[in-house]
Design a protein around this ligand. Structure first.
Ligand code: PGA
Length: 245
């Protein structure tokens, strides 16, 4: 049985004071939950979030694939591990768009994070054109192949996949939940082809893109959707609590 995981992706939101405030409020409300809950916070607030978070996984929003070196502005997985960060979001479409991240670069990052025994939450997803041309499943399958290229079978069961159609992120588009289930199932099948069915059945697959309190229940009741990655609805503590409740 795969445990559900709900992650709030704060993107470039909340300063240190706001982070502490959010965590103080949420800590009181989430004892003994049957699901995993995480927040993905800007680098500068990881350390403080780790100090305040109780029963919440604190997640980094990216990392570099090298441990040290001349990479101004970057943060390494090594540095994250050193402050006890266990999970790293990789390949979010905003990083792909804003920093020209490619599947090849993300694949290197996945490898580095796994070798450090940390958990990468790997984003994948098609754009509007691919979606409209019914290319989603072939596109995602190829993308998964590139992202997991040469990733050792020994570590792969630790990954989390976040399926996030680019066209749904930050919008209020109505979701076709049966379609999302089919795509998540296709991702699992692809992992089974690349590795084996035991590994495919272990791996958690989340959905992200316009998750709201109105659609979360149906999303989480799908066979192959093991959690959600939430942007806007994770910023207000009461709205986020409504989602996880
Ligand atoms: P959204 O963002 O929930 O605001 O659509 C999701 C994401 O970017 O992870």
């Amino acid at each position: 049985m795969r445990k559900l995981i709900i992650i709030g992706n704060w993107k470039m939101n909340k300063n240190a004071d706001e982070t502490i405030d959010f965590l103080k409020k949420i800590n009181k409300k989430i004892n003994n939950f049957q699901i995993d809950i995480g927040i993905s916070v800007p680098f500068v607030n990881l350390f403080i979030a780790k100090q305040y978070a109780k029963n919440i996984v604190v997640i980094a929003q990216n990392c570099h694939f090298e441990d040290y070196g001349s990479f101004t502005g970057e943060i390494s997985a090594e540095m994250l591990k050193n402050i006890n960060i266990t999970h790293v979001l990789l390949g979010h479409s905003e990083c792909r768009k804003n920093f020209n991240e490619t599947d090849k670069i993300i694949n290197k990052k996945i490898n580095t994070v796994l070798l450090k025994k940390m958990i990468p939450i790997i984003c994948c997803g098609e754009n509007w054109k691919e979606y409209q041309n019914n290319q989603t499943i072939p596109f995602i399958k190829k993308q998964i192949e590139r992202l997991l290229k040469n990733i050792n079978i020994k570590y792969v069961k630790n990954i989390i996949i976040a399926y996030e159609p680019i066209w749904a992120i930050g919008t209020n588009k109505t979701l076709n939940i049966k379609n999302i289930q089919n795509i998540c199932n296709a991702i699992r099948t692809k992992i089974s082809e690349l590795y084996n069915s035991e590994i495919a059945n272990c791996i958690k697959i989340q959905y992200g893109g316009n998750v709201q309190k109105e659609n979360i229940k149906e999303l989480l009741s799908q066979l192959d959707i093991d959690g959600v990655l939430v942007g806007r609805s994770s910023l207000d503590v009461d709205v986020f609590l409504q989602l996880i409740n």
